[in-house]
Design a protein around this ligand. Sequence first.
Ligand code: 5RP
Length: 212
Amino acid sequence: MVKPNLQVALDNNTLESALSDVVAVGNIVDIVEAGTILILQEGKKAVSSLRALYPHKLIIADTKCADAGGTVAKNMADAGANWMTCICSATIPTMKSANQKIDQIQVELYGDWTRENAQAWLDAGIKQVIYHQSRDALLSGVSWGDKDLNKVKMLVDMGFKVSVTGGLSVDKLALFQGVNVYTFIAGRAITQADDPAKAAQAFQDELTRLWP
Ligand code: 5RP
């Protein structure tokens, strides 16, 4: 079993604050994400600035794209993103056209989706999904548990590279021990920590302990 990657999500309201957050942790994490909030605020400049800082790192544009997949994907790829996200309710043509213009897309799972939907994404050549607990669901009292674990396992068994995200903290990682999770994505638990570098390192240490 391979140790999962650690991805930091930059959901800042300004590029300035995102860049100041990322320099503290960019060399500790495996993947850097221009978060949805940051992209909505700052556009593709957010991605190109991260690419300028980290020429060789995997950079994700969390566009949660719902339409015009090819155009959004081309814009993000031109800005330097390796991968971008499409929302799971986007149509297969939207996902396919995005997938043609950027190295890979990741289907971001929110709300209702089915195994049949997931099979259709695989059939369309999509290799990655992100299993997500929305921050609004978490705020309303939902928490991580076996129902999530079972869906993540199903997606892994189907052959996806599965990322997991949504209010993650170091103590939540153990729930997924023994499962081939591709990447854990953490935002606030790293960027809003008193010592973001220490927080990112604590995630990495726990991943090494759980996936030796
Ligand atoms: C919000 C997101 C976030 O980037 C992701 O959930 C990680 O952030 P946090 O760990 O702060 O919940 O995609 O839509």
